[in-house]
Design a protein around this ligand. Structure first.
Ligand SMILES: Cc1ncc(COP(=O)(O)O)c(C=O)c1O
Length: 347
């Protein structure tokens, strides 16, 4: 199912679509419910996949439409977004400048070099650093000044901003993904009423909400698991983003405050800090389904899904885990596997 309004946006094809929708029978059994499924957006194809590939189709479509020669992006050191942007830029023949923010303190050297950082370098991105981790506007300003320097050198830069003051073009990828999911579920007779997703910038979460509502499925609950900020701030961000997406698509009043569900139970000490429950969820997914989840995003989201399932929140109906990727970060958190805690990845 395609939403008419989506076709008006410039776009480049980057993602493998549709991504598979698979049952997770062993995890379902482990938490005593039936009908947990996973939407495999970790399999979007480009450069080890993930949700950012769908989002980048719209940003880079705009970049190409504006004849950009270089694309700039900012993110955490282990940013999946930066890695996917570097890969997409390489594929499209664009220069890529990445700004890595010092968001997670006290990490081992592998965090600075392995996982996504290794891939950023492999894709030929130029790496800059930003000393703050919780200063979205400052990180954007710093990116804008890098862009000004590039303009002075004769380049045509395109900046993918982080703060919510910019049109959330990436969310359009998830407006579309909502339709893809509904169609697959209908083909497979999966009458789901819940989706669980990691909620960070909120573009994935908001895009799904708008996409479901636009197709008359506002009855499906989207549970966002906070990975960056507390529930109150994240809830406000999701709503603001959903309203901005509606504006982009010339829709009005689809998603209201009552539709925004977020939990910060799995945030732990904050962004990029794994928790005992997320480590346990990563280990369960690996050992029961052969499925990889990461410590920053999908491990926390899966921990959220498992606790919702255990608490009976899905009321016996099928539920979908939106797997947003993040696999390369596992290699940057390798020491988790050595930790001898009850939730350790080694057990
Ligand atoms: C693997 C992964 N999952 C989830 C998210 C969160 O998605 P969003 O920023 O659209 O909320 C990100 C964002 O970086 C991510 O890399």
């Amino acid at each position: 199912m395609t939403l008419e309004g989506l076709t008006g946006f410039p776009r480049v094809a980057l993602a493998h679509r549709p991504t598979p929708l698979e049952p997770m029978p062993n995890l379902s059994q482990a938490v005593g419910v039936e009908g947990l499924f996973v939407k495999r957006d970790d399999c979007t194809g480009l450069a080890m996949g993930g949700n950012k590939v769908r989002q980048l189709e719209f940003y880079l479509g705009e970049a190409i439409a504006r004849s950009a020669s270089v694309v700039l992006i900012t993110g955490a050191v282990q940013s999946n977004y930066a890695r996917c942007t570097a890969a997409a830029a390489a594929k499209l023949g664009l220069r890529c400048v990445i700004q890595l923010e010092d968001r997670v303190r006290g990490m081992p050297s592998e965090y600075q070099r392995s996982g996504n950082v290794l891939l950023d370098r492999l894709f030929g991105a130029e790496i800059h650093t930003y000393p703050e981790g919780e200063d979205e506007s400052g990180a954007d300003r710093s990116l804008d000044s890098l862009a000004e320097e590039l303009t002075a050198q004769g380049e045509c830069p395109y900046v993918i901003h982080l703060s919510p003051d910019h049109p959330p073009l990436g969310a359009l990828g998830y407006v579309e993904a909502a339709g893809e999911l509904l169609e697959q579920a209908s083909d497979k007779n999966i009458d789901f009423r819940s989706v669980v997703v990691a909620s960070g910038s909120a573009q994935t979460h908001a895009g799904l909400l708008v996409g479901l509502h636009a197709q008359g499925r506002g009855d499906i609950q989207v549970h966002g698991v906070c990975v960056r900020r507390r529930a109150e701030a994240q809830g406000a961000r999701v709503l603001q983003c959903a309203q901005a997406v509606e504006q982009l698509l010339d829709l009005r009043g689809l998603v209201g405050p009552g539709d925004v569900r977020v939990t910060d139970r799995h945030l732990g000490a904050g962004y990029g800090q794994s928790t005992r429950e997320s480590e346990e969820a990563i280990r369960m997914a690996a050992r029961r389904e052969g499925l990889l989840a990461d410590p920053v995003y999908t491990g926390k989201a899966l921990a959220g899904m498992l606790s919702l399932a255990r608490s009976g929140a899905f009321e016996g109906r099928p539920a979908i885990f939106m797997h947003t990727g993040g696999t390369p970060a596992l290699f940057a958190y390798g020491s988790l596997a050595d930790r001898d805690s009850p939730g350790s990845l080694r057990r």
